[in-house]
Design a protein around this ligand. Structure first.
Ligand code: SAH
Length: 381
């Protein structure tokens, strides 16, 4: 088992008894040796998710409290006070809580429940979260496809306290952003890019910036904070662009240096190429092209396409911040794709920094799949 938290149905020779969805079951080897206590998921290919490999441990409220306390302690250790009031407090498998995501947005908590095991302990987990964080208002955003694989329906709504009547305002590295907890993408904001946004600010001074897939302007605001000459932000979501513009105003940044455009990045980059436009700094932060390993090939084509175009649009000395959040695309593969794009664009470029998801999205060494976000900072020569 090598400490992995997932037991696939194909690896199970025999099931004994009739466990209910989410119930704790013992996992044993072929010769009867105890391996783990795990949450049973009768509908899923991932038939059981490991709670613990310690036979003496009992999966109960005390156990869950311990795991949640450990997760909160990790954030206190890795996020300096003042960096942000928005962060991931629980990152599923990597925090020993398979299928549970908890994000904090200022005084709000947002939970996402992705497994039968967590579903079974939902009430206890909500109470513990409120007690351990001191936060009263918890909203559920379990509106994700993968719940189907666990036999669970999608669900959203208030689970404790009151509904978020207004958007939460978070403060990240001194910048304020409105977060739409009810209607925003994911659980509202891409907190995983926080430190990468801060890196971008360090390259932005005096540059003409193109921010592709801008959502509510994360990288755009940091670019302006870092002294960018101009920032053109592209996204297909009109709501996100309106929010981005509002976020700019919230921070007193120079509105006249920012342009927001509703556009498909694949088309816009081609248009800019045909128009002979160029930029000094380009950000490519697309959505997941390959949610699973099966879609990797198509994803690779998509990444290569936009990176190739971006390399062409960059001026010599220009900088590319390029990301992939596809779980199926490894860091190694991503670098190969970007290298192929540079080659085909006939551009000489060098990787000057490697980026990843922030430390509030830890990767348990026993769960390398938890590492999903990778980025490269490339300098065009
Ligand atoms: N960089 C952002 C997060 C980007 S998420 C941040 O730091 O907050 C990806 C974004 O891509 C989403 O806002 C989505 O609306 C947008 N998107 C998806 N497909 C697109 C396309 N083909 N062209 C432009 N934007 C797209």
């Amino acid at each position: 088992m090598q400490g992995r938290p997932w037991i696939f149905s194909g690896a199970i020779a025999r099931e004994e008894g009739h466990a209910l969805p989410g119930e704790t079951v013992a996992v044993r080897s072929a010769n009867g040796e105890f391996l783990a206590w795990a949450a049973y998921s009768p509908e899923s290919q991932i038939r059981a998710r490991v709670w613990t490999t310690d036979e003496a441990e009992q999966v109960n409220v005390g156990f869950l409290r311990g795991r949640l306390e450990r997760a909160l302690a990790l954030r206190r250790a890795v996020i300096p006070a003042g960096e942000t009031d928005a962060m991931r407090l629980v990152h599923g498998e990597s925090d020993g809580l398979p299928g549970l995501v908890v994000d904090r947005y200022a005084n709000w908590l947002v939970v996402q429940i992705l497994s039968a095991g967590i579903e079974r302990w939902k009430d206890e987990i909500i109470s513990l979260l409120s007690e351990l964080t001191g936060l009263e208002n918890i909203y559920e955003r379990s509106d994700v496809d993968v719940r189907k694989l666990e036999g669970l329906a999608e669900r959203t709504g208030v689970v404790r306290g009151i509904a978020p009547s207004e958007q939460a305002v978070i403060t990240e590295n001194g910048l304020r952003f409105c977060v739409d907890i009810i209607g925003g993408q994911k659980t509202g904001f891409y907190v995983d890019q926080r430190r990468n946004r801060a890196r971008l600010a360090a390259y932005a001074a005096g540059r003409e910036v193109l921010n592709c897939f801008c959502y509510t302007g994360g990288f755009s605001l940091y670019a302006l904070q870092g002294g960018a000459r101009s920032v053109l932000s592209l996204d297909t979501s009109a709501e996100a662009l309106v929010q981005g513009q509002a976020n700019l105003g919230l921070n007193g940044l120079p509105v006249e240096r920012a342009e927001w455009r509703e556009a498909d990045v694949f088309q816009a980059l081609r248009l800019f190429r045909d128009q002979g436009r160029s930029f000094d700094l380009i950000v490519l932060d697309p959505p997941k092209f390959a949610p699973t390993a099966a879609q990797v090939e198509g994803a690779a084509r998509g990444y290569k396409d936009i990176n190739l175009l971006a390399f062409k649009l960059l001026r010599p000395g220009g900088v590319l911040f390029t990301f992939s959040c596809s779980g199926g695309v490894t860091a190694d593969l991503f670098q190969k794709i970007v290298a192929g794009a540079a080659l085909d664009a006939k551009v000489d470029a060098a990787v000057v920094e490697r980026l990843a998801q922030g430390p509030d999205h830890p990767v348990a060494l026993s769960f390398p799949e938890g590492e999903y976000l990778k980025g490269l900072v490339c300098l065009k020569r």
